[in-house]
Design a protein around this ligand. Sequence first.
Ligand SMILES: [Zn+2]
Length: 238
Amino acid sequence: MRRSTIAVFLRKRVIRFLLIIGLIGFGLVAVTADYTVVPLLGGLVRTTRVILDAGHGGIDPGAHDRCGVLEKNITLDVVLRMGDYLALHGVPVEFTRESDRDVTGEEIPGKGRHRRDLEGRLKIINRGTVGVSVHVNSSGDSDEHGAVVFYPKDSEEGKRLAEAILQKVHKVQSLNHTYVVPRTNLYLLRASNVPTVLVEMGFISNPEDKRKLQEPAFRQQMAVAVSEGILQYLEDKR
Ligand SMILES: [Zn+2]
């Protein structure tokens, strides 16, 4: 190598070294900026996989307003935002769906489709260590509004996860129930092998909730709140 070549070579190495140092520095600042993250990096993250389930999808629109506002689109958007947030905080995440489809893999309407869809979701949730299913509510009473967090009755861990999420959600959305609600008849919660909760973010049948659910800023707030609840639960579990 000629001297000038060596100089270029060394300069490249120095630049690469500085880049790496810079990235590590940036990472440390980003991490220490949020106190909930530091303990997670100790090892819990390696054994954690959060499964995010966007309710409905494909031929199943979920709750809707008859004017094109569909639950399936709102839940997918919020869940993808949650994935970004949790990944930024170093938490491994898997989705039951990342596009507008149901989880049967077939999308064949008719008898059994809904059950096959739920079974598809359950299979993915059971691959993780924590499951969170995100939904939008609907009611015949347009005054009914606010968030609800369901957990499987008789699941202490599920209840803890639900409570951690409810506390954070309360900061950005009114509550339909000020306490977490046990359920026995929700298949996804009843049949999952890991702590799993279902978050209803608000009512599409309530004008104020519907307006909020259509706003990207509100969806981001909800995504951060539910994610912060998950982070809090993981931290408390240590
Ligand atoms: Zn739903």
